[in-house]
Design a protein around this ligand. Structure first.
Ligand code: PMT
Length: 225
């Protein structure tokens, strides 16, 4: 077989942040730009795959030959990912909000007139998209990211095992110039046997090509699909 080929495979990728509404004009979110996931989608197309890209609210053009589905919230992102199955490979690069406001007000929330009181928000857990797809009857070969500011390798290995993944991409998001909303990234791949492989700082485009080639090789050798 050809190194790094995903020819004939359906690859599902999610990217960007999710937005969790508080009221019609406010939301909770994070700094993900979607660049890493969009670069992975482009690289997967180059490797011969049919690609579905489920994107949170981002400001990026759709890569050529990619089928894009736009979503806003984590719950919508989960539904869109499940609707895109079956897939041979799922890569979860999205920065999904772990929590959402327990209630979304139908009208704009107002301050109490004449009061300086603070406000307490009640948040509830969002579904875990990655763990849900990894436990799905139509389980794809499943790759997660671990974005951490400390104890990167420990948390990444824990997520690999706890979420039952084939591969985790450990991403140190404490370093400036890489990670959220930057042009470059640097990651460490950790497989099920806990072998790790460092991919040093490079543009997200270049890094995505290397990640896709490694995944294609691993999928071929682990012979899952
Ligand atoms: O979008 P960019 O600006 O290019 O930045 C890229 C990135 C830093 C966002 C990306 O490289 C990255 O690390 N993505 C994962 C971000 C994240 O939310 O990591 P986490 O460690 O909190 O989550 C672990 C994994 O579970 C991730 O694959 C995540 O998609 C998934 N998850 C998390 C929570 C949840 N409710 N559902 C999920 O599927």
């Amino acid at each position: 077989f050809q190194r790094g080929s995903l020819s004939g495979k359906h690859v599902l990728i999610n990217a960007g942040p999710t937005r969790e509404a508080l009221d019609p004009v406010r939301y909770i979110s994070n700094h993900s730009s979607g660049k890493m996931g969009f670069a992975l989608a482009e690289a997967a197309v180059e490797a011969g795959a049919r690609v579905t890209l489920v994107a949170g609210p981002v400001n990026l053009p759709t890569p050529a030959r990619v089928a894009r589905v736009d979503v806003v919230s984590a719950q919508d992102m989960l539904a869109a990912c499940e609707a895109a199955l079956p897939a041979d490979l799922f890569i979860a690069s999205a920065a999904v909000a772990d929590y959402r406001p327990a209630n979304c007000a139908e009208q704009k929330l107002k301050k109490t007139p004449g009061s300086d009181d603070g406000m307490t928000l009640t948040l509830v857990r969002n579904p875990d998209i990655l763990a849900t797809l990894a436990a799905h009857p139509q389980r794809p070969w499943t790759v997660g990211f671990a974005a951490e500011t400390h104890d990167l390798m420990t948390y990444a290995a824990d997520k690999l095992q706890r979420k039952n993944l084939d591969l985790i991409i450990a991403n140190d998001v404490s370093q400036s110039g890489i990670g959220f909303n930057s042009e470059d990234n640097a990651v460490t791949l950790i497989d099920r046997a806990l072998n790790s492989s460092v991919l040093p700082r490079a543009s997200k485009t270049k890094l995505a090509r290397e990640i896709i080639a490694r995944i294609a090789d691993l999928m071929a050798t682990t012979n899952k699909h």
